[in-house]
Design a protein around this ligand. Structure first.
Ligand SMILES: O=C(CO)[C@@H](O)[C@H](O)[C@H](O)[C@H](O)COP(=O)(O)O
Ligand SMILES: [Zn+2]
Length: 192
């Protein structure tokens, strides 16, 4: 079990490292994100379960720091305010907990990082639709099948695995990579 788990993780990251199509998608996601941030816009993040943890983690990297000290960048996880989530969930239903926040907090030109291993979580799909209706670009993170997300996002990262933990590991690698690249692109010159 131990060796096979490590082996699967290593194989996944090796596949991702060698996938030039994925590299192109990373470059596109970077350009969309940096263009928004340089225009004074923000990045919104959402996901369920382990992907909620990713959303909070990545927003934290932007607002605080990644590799080096620099001004904070505007990133908001839509998974953290229990008053909002319980109110919207209770009054409208759990399917709306992220879409409602996109409607209330999102602005044209923002970017939405939508994270779902299945690609089929209804609250994420509704949030993607709400974002695109407002002129917010959507960068999706899902698994091999892509689910309903595959055709709904501007860019959709499909991790080449059908195992939820592997898909999450792939997302985490991409999230860290994008945070590092965004920081470098925004402030690299000011580093020394
Ligand atoms: O972390 C894990 C499994 O590794 C779970 O908490 C998982 O995130 C939850 O079951 C989510 O509800 C799955 O939703 P999704 O990724 O399909 O949108
Ligand atoms: Zn997990």
């Amino acid at each position: 079990m131990l060796e096979s788990e490590f082996s699967k993780s290593i194989a996944l990251l090796t596949t991702m490292r060698n996938d030039t199509g994925l590299h192109d998608q990373v470059q596109q996601a970077l350009e969309i994100s940096v263009s928004a941030l340089k225009s004074g816009k923000k990045i919104l993040f959402a996901g369920n379960g382990g992907s909620a943890a990713d959303a909070q983690h990545w927003a934290g990297e932007l607002v605080s720091r990644f590799y080096f000290d620099r001004p904070g960048l505007p990133g908001i996880a839509l998974t953290t305010d229990t008053s909002i989530i319980t109110a919207v969930g209770n009054d409208y239903g759990y399917d709306y907990v992220f879409a409602r926040q996109i409607e209330a907090l999102g602005a044209e030109g923002d970017v939405f990082y939508a994270i779902s291993t299945s690609g089929n979580s209804k609250n994420i799909i509704r949030a993607i639709d709400a974002a695109r209706a407002k002129g917010i670009k959507v960068i999706g993170f899902t698994g091999q099948s892509g689910g309903a997300m595959a055709s709904a996002c501007d860019i959709c990262f499909r991790i080449p695995s059908t195992e939820t933990p592997r898909i999450q590991e792939g997302h985490e690698a991409l999230g860290h990579l994008l945070c590092a690249l965004i920081e470098q692109e925004m402030f690299g010159d000011a580093r020394h």
